[in-house]
Design a protein around this ligand. Sequence first.
Ligand code: ZN
Length: 143
Amino acid sequence: RIIMINVSKLKKGIVLDHITQGHGYKVFEQLGLDKLDDVVVLMRNVDSKKMGKKDLIKIETDLKLDFDVLGLIDPGISVTYVSDGVPVKKLHLTLPETVTGILTCKNPRCITNVEKIDEITFRLVDPDKKQYACEYCDARTSL
Ligand code: ZN
């Protein structure tokens, strides 16, 4: 028996499109979508003219998304807000200038690795290489 789920028409919610193939589940987890009571659909290996294959997520709710997390995982993701079945707002992600509490410092002698410091802020120093510098020791971390 096949259960048909209509995922093509979203009345109200958010579509995360152009997710790099294979990253869909990571995005799903990082945004905590598994904890939502709302309808969330993760589609993997969807045909894409631009990308060959892509992943895609549809969320049937007004969720406040953490764009810093999204931008870090996959800056190529496009975010579309849907209302009454039509797209009302479209966002393109970029790498955030600073990120707090997401990255950890790779320098073993950094104070953040000696003491338990959770909320470390990293600032973007090289967008092409996706490099961030630790606020405490300035060591660079690539994504
Ligand atoms: Zn550091």
